[in-house]
Design a protein around this ligand. Structure first.
Ligand SMILES: Cc1ncc(COP(=O)(O)O)c(C=O)c1O
Length: 418
């Protein structure tokens, strides 16, 4: 569910006309509905209220400061994966005791800054990382909370690039290694190994794989507790799928009804770290038609957004619904929606039946609130787009459109080339 809807053939974001917002802020434009963002956060919070989880929004899905700030104001924590995300999280004033940090490749300096800032948990993914973390914690004279990421060896049904829990994937540790690590935890004097973490992948629409993974985690926790290991936290990750096309994803309450009985079997504090579920349908990418090219074998709608603005179609073959921003009632035709970039992979939709839009008109690429702007780049020296959020009937600019000057601001030409 989201707050982008037609009123008399005009697309609205909440109660504002998308076309008017685009006229004020230009295109391509990421446009968010604050109400939709919060609704999804609260849906999950309500579904899990029996266990009062800490919900850490996964910044990789959308790390725009205003998006994250809107969520932390509602009580969310943040799931980070880099020093940059830590910096942004601290900048917006999140309580560091609500930050969890995953990543298979945390560098020494990233670890040091997260340790110094007393974050809630490091989700540790390997033995060398654990040793590095312990060394840094010892040097800084800190005691650090650690969750070990269990790789439960589960193949969730989703795109191969966003599956993360098969034994051949780079993430986490297998069941036996996790168990051994917890059993020798006193080797790591400056670490509290008190949590278990799983994250099985992204855009997973049914609860089966989550149930399997959590069942494995629960069995490991029970086994360890019998041996005197105290595990106080279970982080069940993110990964909940959303509607892009014809998916029928589980709702938050359906998901909770399947996994809560497992979680309630053990007395434990729960963390969730969803990204897409909260932000995905809260944003659209508004783009302007530049040309219509009707070639003998194919029609192309050439727009001002491209793969540098939205990578998902070219990276994953992802489907995003595309809607005309006004006059949705016209004759339809079939076309590829493509950007100006010099690659045939630069498409936003292929063979799509769409209203016969004209140059200058606007299209809305739906479901782009997660892994949209965060994956954008300056490829082809294209400035990145602006972002706007509608809050209580007002459109707020939350990120300025990049200028050409921004493209060169961090570059240096050596004197010898002058
Ligand atoms: C460790 C971890 N947690 C949470 C997420 C968020 O996943 P999603 O956006 O599917 O909820 C990811 C995504 O890759 C992740 O790697």
């Amino acid at each position: 569910m989201h707050e982008f809807k037609y009123i008399k053939n005009d697309l609205y974001c909440e109660d504002l006309r998308v076309s008017e917002i685009a006229a004020s802020f230009g295109t391509p434009l990421y446009l968010y509905s604050h109400k939709t963002l919060l609704d999804h956060f609260h849906k999950l919070e309500n579904a899990f209220r029996d266990v009062k989880p800490l919900i850490c929004f996964s910044m990789k899905a959308n790390s725009s400061l205003a998006v994250c700030k809107a969520l932390i104001k509602e009580g969310a924590g943040l799931d980070i994966v880099s020093g940059g995300e830590l910096y942004k999280a601290l900048h917006i004033g999140v309580d560091p005791r609500k930050i969890v940090y995953a990543s298979v490749g945390k560098t020494a300096s990233e670890i040091e800054s997260a340790v110094s800032n007393d974050i809630l948990f490091f989700n540790v993914e390997s033995m060398p990382e654990l040793e590095m973390l312990n060394g840094i914690a010892t040097r800084l004279n800190k005691k650090v909370n650690v969750s070990i990421r269990l790789n439960p060896d589960i193949k969730a049904k989703t795109h191969a690039y966003i599956r993360t829990a098969r034994s051949v994937d780079k993430f986490g540790l297998d069941y036996r290694s996790c168990r051994e690590l917890f059993l020798c935890s006193d080797k790591f004097a400056n670490l509290n190994l008190v949590g278990l973490h799983i994250h099985i992948g992204s855009q997973i629409v049914d609860s089966g794989p989550f149930v399997k993974a959590i069942t494995r985690a629960v069995s490991l926790i029970r086994e360890l507790r019998k041996k005197g290991v105290v595990i106080q936290w279970l982080n069940i990750g993110g990964g909940l799928g959303i509607v892009y096309h014809q998916e029928r994803p589980q709702s938050a309450s359906e998901f909770a009804s399947k996994v809560l009985p497992l979680l309630k079997k053990i007395d434990i504090k729960i963390i969730l770290e969803p990204g897409r579920f909260i932000a995905g349908n809260s944003g659209i990418l508004v783009t302007k038609v530049i040309y219509l090219k009707e070639a003998p074998s194919k029609n192309f709608i050439i727009v001002d957004a491209a793969m540098n603005d939205l990578m998902r179609p070219m990276l994953y073959g992802a489907y995003h619904e595309i809607l005309p921003v006004y006059d949705s009632s016209r004759e339809e035709f079939t076309a590829d929606v493509v950007g100006p970039i010099c690659e045939s992979g630069d498409f936003l939709a292929r063979d799509r039946k769409l209203s016969r839009v004209q140059p200058g008109e606007l299209l809305a690429i739906m479901g782009t609130g997660a892994y949209g702007f965060t994956m954008s780049s300056n490829y082809n020296s294209r400035p990145r787009s602006a972002e706007v959020m509608v809050i209580n009937s007002r459109p707020y600019l939350i990120r300025k459109r990049e200028r050409y000057e921004d493209l060169i601001s961090s570059e240096v030409i050596p004197d010898c080339l002058q």
